[in-house]
Design a protein. Structure first.
Length: 411
């Protein structure tokens, strides 16, 4: 049944790709992947890492780099499903080969595995492709789930979820983020080789913070000021955030980095702002003391910019789901976000730690930010809670590597 339904999905997807840019990129990218894979060096020992998108890549990245550093005889093949991951990381130097993952049809799967001959496969967080898993198992290739999170509402744990439960038997080990995930797996008979290793993104954001480059103009802008850094925002976030910045408390300066950077989005933000602003790409020395808002219009800066804030607002919570909270929390600043965060383990944990605050309206936003203005002690304590959370949750990469030393790299 899956084979038939997925074949229909692929056929429909190719039709949709004629009209939608993102789908078109996926189809073209998968087509190009075959040319890349045909030219792989057959003498290399490939470890295959698959990340659906950019967020999953960031979770897998620390492990990729740790393995290649510790075991340089292995090469890394990195695949993506989404253009948002591939387009940003297609030149990632930590992998020997980067390409799109062909659709999960039996023909594609057999061809892919024949060309790659992977020594092991690592699926990041939420990747369960039936044909790939079955064929890897058939070929004796160990498969690992990295930074997995399981919830009781998933199909694995429903009475009718037998098809999905059977997929789990193809994994050699599960590296999960929390005790709940382990208990859930145990409840359906997955009792062996489930390891609680935490979220490897904590290792990643600590490394990013340690090597972040100084942004001199932003540093001068932020000097001796209260700065709110709003990262990966969407229009729904800006409709709540910018009126507060405009009208309520001008003590806050704003650095805003929209999730999508295009001219229409940038102009939309500029129309909402009634305080002096500048786009970062056009910022000059004299602007640092003149403007009160900076619009980040370049990719790759956000994780370095959070260090200049006293608090952070993480976008997506009023729509698609929140973005990366950890890359702000690592700098020891409190984080705020909208209500759509329940699928994100770290968001709930940060709330419980007193490091993050969920808002559902502009009034909520005002209440939380006003607390920080009124009490430096409250602001500082929330920031320390954030820093401590990331520090306490780090070390997942080393835990996984310790297991792999006996499971995969024992020879």
């Amino acid at each position: 049944m899956y084979r038939l339904l997925f074949s229909l999905y692929v056929a429909l997807f190719h039709i949709v790709a004629l009209f939608y840019k993102k789908a078109g990129k996926i189809v073209k990218g998968q087509r190009d992947s075959w040319d890349i894979l045909k030219n792989l060096n057959p003498k290399k020992n490939y470890l295959w890492f698959h990340a659906s998108s950019l967020g999953e890549f960031e979770q897998g990245r620390p492990l990729m780099e740790a393995i290649t550093c510790t075991y340089p005889r292995y090469s890394v093949l990195l695949t993506f499903y989404s253009p948002s991951g591939f387009e940003v990381q297609k030149n990632y130097r930590g992998a020997d080969v980067v390409c799109y993952l062909p659709f999960d049809t039996m023909c594609n799967v057999r061809r892919f595995i024949e060309l790659v001959q992977p020594r092991a496969a690592f699926f990041i967080k939420y990747e369960f492709w039936p044909h790939y898993l079955k064929e890897l198992n058939k070929e004796g290739v160990p498969v690992y789930l990295v930074s997995g999170v399981f919830r009781k509402n998933q199909l694995f744990f429903k009475p009718w979820g037998g098809f999905y439960r059977r997929l789990l038997r193809y994994f050699s080990a599960f590296f999960v983020q929390n005790e709940t995930s382990k208990v859930l797996l145990n409840s359906i008979g997955v009792n062996n080789k489930v390891f609680i290793t935490g979220d490897t993104r904590c290792d990643r954001v600590i490394d990013i913070a340690a090597h972040a480059s100084e942004q001199e103009l932003i540093k001068e802008f932020a000097y001796d000021s209260m700065v709110l850094v709003a990262g990966s925002t969407w229009p729904e976030d800006e409709e709540i955030l910018i009126p507060y910045i405009n009208n309520v408390h001008t003590e806050w300066k704003l650095i805003i980095a929209p999730h999508e950077i295009d001219e229409n989005r940038l102009r939309g933000i500029e129309k909402l702002l009634n305080r002096p602003f500048v786009r970062y790409s056009a910022m000059k020395n004299e602007d640092a003391g003149r403007v009160e808002c900076i619009i980040i219009d370049s990719f790759g800066l956000l994780s370095s910019v959070y260090r200049y804030g006293q608090a952070a607002y993480i976008g997506g919570g009023f729509g698609v789901g929140i973005h990366n909270t950890l890359e702000a929390a690592v700098y020891g600043i409190p984080v705020l976000f909208g209500p759509n965060h329940t699928k994100f383990e770290e968001a709930q944990a940060l709330i419980e730690a007193g490091a993050a605050f969920c808002i559902s309206s502009q009034n909520d936003l005002e209440d939380e930010l006003d607390k920080f203005l009124a009490s430096n002690k409250t602001l500082t304590q929330a920031g320390e809670n954030a820093r401590n959370y990331v520090k306490e949750k780090s070390g997942g990469t080393a835990k996984i590597l310790d297991v792999l030393k006996t499971e995969l790299f024992k020879v």
